[in-house]
Design a protein around this ligand. Sequence first.
Ligand code: SAM
Length: 399
Amino acid sequence: MITVVGIGADGWPSLSPETRELVLSADLLVGGERQLDLVPDDAAGERRPWPKSIVALVDELPALDDSRSIVVLASGDPLLHGVGATIVRRLGDERVRIVPAISSYALACARLGWPQADTELVSATSRIPEVVVPALQPGRRIVVLGFGARSAAEIARVLRERGFGASRLVVLEELGGEAEAIIDSTADDWGDRDAAALHVVALEVGGDGRLLGRAPGLPDDAYEHDGQITKSDVRAITLAALVPVPGQLLWDVGAGSGSVAIEWLRAAPGARAIAIERDAERARRIERNAVALGVPSLRVVNGEAPAALDALDERPDAIFIGGGLTTYGLLTRCRKALRSGGRLVANVVTVEGETLLSRAHAEQGGRLKRLAITHAEPLGAFTGWRPALPVTQYELRVP
Ligand SMILES: C[S@@+](CC[C@H](N)C(=O)[O-])C[C@H]1O[C@@H](n2cnc3c(N)ncnc32)[C@H](O)[C@@H]1O
């Protein structure tokens, strides 16, 4: 059994007598230098600091565990974006026991008097502060787990750039430790200052930034694009058919500006997506859009489908075909790639594309629909209805 023990910033005294005994009698202690230093010298076990690649040692743990008892030391609650989560993900939950301490998230909420269930937790441990963007809605309370001394300044910058500089920004340093400090500021006033290396940032969103929700169908001009974009109304209907689910994987084939994959990720935190786009400039634009809209985890593959799909090693739960449908073999290749329970959605605006979809509908079943959206627009001194190109959409669910 591998035991992962969380230690608070108050160190050794934060552990219960049983947990201390567990640590003192372990054959092998694994942890960050900071956590290992908190363990008294009379702990008998070998001490091993995390190497650069934590994952390599995590994979080694089961073999080491055969003859010895292993304790992994983590900070706070190991399962809250911590090493405990990495270990359970790789080794499964059966051979791992978790002993949590109070998380920095719980401490931050406690210091501010914010109910945890009404507060959003965002991890910026990937070092990209834009991950906070999907949560930027008026009045929203957010706690961001940071990535070192620069995170407060970087998060403040992201808010200012989007018109949310008036937001309350509280920097909570060394929570639970002797050097604990809480600095109440705003994103405007915080400026570019460094904070302590260990801190979390709490935000209460204010200001007059643009309102962008999590529901699909963001305005087209929320994206950088060259006209190759699934338009807002059609996109909302498309995402509803794809059904974003946390943990599930989408392939966005012929991704254009990446809007479908980006909204899949925004709609379901923890969902995953790969955008496949043959045009190199568009592929770079997709990357920029993903960061700007707060979903930097989007993987972009610059290549031509269906050949480019062969390099993808995991079967998807949903596939959207927004381009390349008439490329030989693409539709069949995509349908066969889907996992059980998967959803395929394809949109076309050409007669040639529609012919393929109507054949697929006849052979495979599914749903075929036509979306004809008409917007009111100025017509001289009056207003007239301007129809967009009708889109034919095919939707198939595999058993
Ligand atoms: C209409 S756009 C898709 C719009 C996209 N859903 C969006 O919202 O931005 C079609 C895109 O598919 C790309 N494309 C066409 N055939 C392709 C293929 N076989 N493989 C990969 N990309 C392809 C084009 O370069 C173009 O960017």
